[in-house]
Design a protein around this ligand. Structure first.
Ligand code: AMP
Ligand code: MG
Length: 353
């Protein structure tokens, strides 16, 4: 299959963008696949109500079929037909955070096929903030199932080039809207039960959710290594997502000691004839004197770290490094989501100094 790559960023005229969105919407209506930018990461879209179309997403990504898809909508009116019941807290969260990087899990209606929900009786729904994404969904006239547009097991794509690397030849079209804003996947909260439960941390933080609905439980699988005893409620969280090819290790502790430890680890690896990458920050980058050093952003501005993290992991894949040693970050606010992705990328390997 020939994959068409079309620019819809700010360099394009409105008529060009409109034309590209219509073409993409037409592909979606006919049961095809289109990758498009949202504010979180690039999504791989298909008609969420068409089991066959949703099935193509699993095939293109190599995604396990028990890992359900998030249905994206363009306005509130599109929510009701997908759900059997909308609890009051769901409405409050939607009023506060939609459109935006929050996914909510509801009991599904009969219209949503099990092929979209991975066989579950619930459906995950999000209204993205990125305007072109909502325009595309509205033009398609159907809810759009859209997981991250990467091959399963690779870091989520934050640019159209990342999508091209993974899915060229496997999907009909990629809409290139430039780099995304946030860079981490959406927060997922389950509102289908008695109490809201956080299933995946993201840019809408636990603190922000609790401000609106009071106490939110946290799925124990978020903090631990998924295993036999803790089965994550978001099936996708059990897979070793976001994984770079290299063996990655997080180094934790007081920052000066962390820098010293990473320098000495990289030295020993290089003496063994291996290559090592370092994930650091603007504040520390000049303190490393070996290895391939990449700053992910500023400690003082966590959103820069979220924005760059996946691109840096992909770059280390492209460079083919054998090891990645990374600084760690605070687990507060957005740091909770950042560290969740980093721990997964590192396969939970860490060293405390
Ligand atoms: P992705 O879109 O690639 O970020 O993956 C979607 C995530 O949402 C996966 O971790 C899924 O397991 C999770 N998810 C989707 N639908 C549901 C659902 N009905 N219940 C719980 N988690 C869900
Ligand atoms: Mg994903």
């Amino acid at each position: 299959m020939n994959t068409k790559l079309v620019l819809i960023d700010e360099t394009q005229r409105e008529e060009e963008i409109q034309k590209a969105l219509w073409e993409a919407a037409d592909i979606l209506r006919k049961g095809g696949l289109v990758a498009f930018p949202t504010e979180t990461v690039y999504g791989l879209g298909a008609n969420a109500l068409d089991e066959k179309a949703a099935g193509k997403i699993y095939a293109a990504k190599g995604r396990p079929s028990d890992n359900p898809l998030i249905a994206h909508i363009s306005c509130m009116e599109e929510l009701r037909p997908l759900t059997a019941k909308i609890p009051e807290i769901g409405i409050r969260l939607a009023e506060r955070f939609w459109p935006g990087p929050l996914t909510m899990v509801f009991l599904k209606s009969d219209r949503v096929p099990y092929g979209t929900t991975g066989g579950l009786d619930t459906v995950a729904v999000r209204m993205p903030e990125r305007e072109e994404a909502r325009r595309l969904i509205a033009m398609a006239g159907v809810p759009v199932a859209a997981p991250s547009a990467n091959l399963s097991g690779r870091p989520s794509p934050t640019t159209a080039q990342h999508v091209w690397q993974d899915l060229n030849g496997r999907i009909e079209m990629i809409l290139d809207g430039g780099p995304v804003g946030i860079g981490l996947e959406s927060t997922i909260v389950d509102v289908s039960g008695e109490r809201p439960v956080l299933l995946r941390p993201g840019a809408v933080t636990l603190e922000m959710l609790e401000e609106v609905v009071g106490k939110v439980e946290v799925d124990p699988a978020i903090s631990g290594i998924p295993g036999e005893d803790v089965r994550p409620k978001a099936p996708g969280m059990k897979y070793r997502h976001y994984a770079p090819r290299a063996e990655m290790v997080l180094v934790e502790g007081e920052i000066k000691a962390v820098v010293d430890k990473i320098n000495s680890l990289v030295k020993s690896r290089e003496e063994e004839g291996c290559t090592a990458g370092i994930i650091c920050t603007e504040e520390t980058r000049r303190q490393y004197w070996r290895g391939i050093v990449r700053s992910v952003g500023k400690r003082s501005q966590e959103e820069t770290i979220a924005h760059n993290l996946f691109a840096v992991l992909r770059e280390f894949d492209d460079l083919g490094v054998d090891y990645i040693y990374s600084e760690s970050f605070s687990q507060d606010h957005l740091g909770y989501a950042i560290m969740n992705r980093m721990k997964k990328a590192a396969g939970y390997r860490r060293i405390s100094v």
